[in-house]
Design a protein around this ligand. Sequence first.
Ligand code: HEM
Length: 506
Amino acid sequence: MLTAIALVLCFVHVTFAGVYFYLTWYHRYWDKRGVVTAKPLTLLGTYPGILVNKSRSLILDVQEIYNKYKDKHRAVGTFITRQPQLLILDPALAHEILVDKFSHFRDTITSSFTGHNADDKFVARSPFFSAGEDWKRRRTENVGGLTPNRLKLAFTIWEQSGRKLVEYIERARRQKGDVIETRDLSYRFTADVMADFIWGIDAGSLSGDVGELGAFQKTSTDWTVFAFSSMIRFNKTLVAPIMRKLFKMRFFTKASDEFFLRLTKDAIKLRQGGSGEGRTDYLSHLLQLQERGNTIHDSVGHALTVHLDGYETSGAVLYHMLYSLSEHREEQEKLRSEILDALDANANISYEQLNALPYLDQCVNESLRLTTPIGFFMRICTKPIQLDLGKDKTVDLEPGTTVMVPAFQYHHDDGIYPEASEFKPDRFENGAASAFNKRGCFLPFGDGPRICLGMRVGQLSVKTAILHILSNYLVEQTKKVPMGADTGLGIFLNGDVELKYTKLRK
Ligand code: HEM
């Protein structure tokens, strides 16, 4: 009996010791290389928020480390669960990593989030989740469908959605009053514009009954909610990536995959049958790629790449921007007057004119800075490199080591943007966005060869919606909404965004 108890105790000790050594194996990694280290916790690494995100958040954990070490060091050694990661504190070093030394940091951590479930086939086709040559090919194929010329030819889609948005607001005001929940409104707009651009269909999100959620928007919402929660789940498994294979973890749900496969097949059949013939949109690009050998699965993968951020991320920027403008009446008036001056007698504007409105651009940039929907970029070192850490110190990074560029922290740093928590579009006057970007401290779309490939699409959607809303309504705040909803990639307004829309007298 005693021997049995001794054996059990021995087993328990050995197991605990094994787990402990597994979790702490790399904890002296940065010390050994002479890099200042943010002390990790045994189980949780430097960022407990990854594993216990109910009470903490990764972004806020990064903030603590950033505040403690910034201005003293160019980078600090951290541990993402048990794995060594370099947190880049100096934006100039971030610029080097993303742009000048890109070939040494080509891949992203998200590329390790796919391939654990053979059925999760569409997410694996997104450049956001791809590595190496696959990434290059997929990116090139996607970008071809989003060139400025194609967007210019497709601009009527955005224009029509803008008009439908105003009609929807009018119906909502008549039926339910002037106060409209603006997160819902924003996603209705991005659902409408993306459904038309990608699949050539009317999603019904603006043309259906007020408040009604059609199948397209419902599936899109369920799909993006699952995809963003997957980001959190996959980050948690960094502690033992083997779990991904073991549990056959997937990023997109089976139900959404089936819905979008059916939708893409139907849209292609309709277009081939002559409906919408001659239209230049994303569907026409997908058809051209299929003629050159792409499969229907490739087409769905590309369509969802555009839809994920075209619907979700762009919608998020839009409702945050409307919330900020509702709080800052002076800025709202200034923007409205720029917009009204630019519209012709029929309230039309061209693609080029819309993109050339300076104050609108400043307001969008300021909203992007404050929201930063993708708050950090994790890059994998793909080729050995030596980084200059300042004060005569260097560090040799080996392939496989990861770095984090904390865009959210740069965007909210009072040292870079005085009164950083305030909405002040004037800070982006006279092309300042490009100067901030070159210094590595303005990265709403990332930078370098992996810069957001849908940047123009996102900006076009936000600008079009703002133009139509502000030229028709005064937008006012009815109650404060705190920040605090954590998506795993950023911190968003937490609660209903109820804004009052008053029709302007013309
Ligand atoms: C305003 C809305 C948007 C914001 C703020 C945004 C932000 C970003 C950021 C910060 C990155 C870089 C991530 C990194 O470096 O790791 C990124 C990458 C990406 N974005 Fe966007 N995005 C937006 C809209 C879009 C749209 C509309 C599309 C699709 C048309 C899109 C597709 C992508 C893709 C595919 C990547 C990965 C690119 C690559 O790794 O080569 N985004 N986005």
